[in-house]
Design a protein around this ligand. Sequence first.
Ligand code: GNR
Ligand code: NI
Length: 175
Amino acid sequence: MSETYKILTYPESVLLTKSDVVENIDEDTQKLIDGMAATMYAAPGIGLAANQVGNLQRILVYDLSPQDKDRNLSVLINPEIVHSEGKIEYEEGCLSVVDFASEVTRPSYVKVQGVDRHGNPVTIEAEDLFAVCLQHEIDHLNGVLFLDHVSTLKRAMYKKKLKKMLKKGGPVTKL
Ligand code: GNR
Ligand code: NI
């Protein structure tokens, strides 16, 4: 298996930055994807966007059963939501947002287009947790965190808690 990357955490600026369209898929892209997959499985998580490991390209990986023996990695490059409908409330967490989880309301169905790691066009229709996961990862590619979908109050409380944690031990960054 590939080496894992360090997962960057909020408020790291790369997580708040919109990623760039991938223009060509080469050997380095394949290495990045393999490393992202290894990182996601090791976490474990059900999805990971490239900027979570410090790379600003529009690439995401996901696997809704990351712990299974029969895991099945999926890769999406330059994904775009072309249709969405319905409504779902789901308790979200994020590998890049430590010690916080909250209900987020999103469309319960999305149709997503992009290309796979070979550059072949793919269209995906996703519902429920699958739809939540894809929207969460595509948000990352746009520099958006699930924190941006929770109430102002909850976000403020989290920032306060995080400031305390950073003061105690972690690297001090501006919030
Ligand atoms: O592993 C993850 N689980 C999860 C649960 C609910 C909603 C979204 C997610 S994605 C998250 C991994 C992650 O942070 N991907 O960016
Ligand atoms: Ni996330």
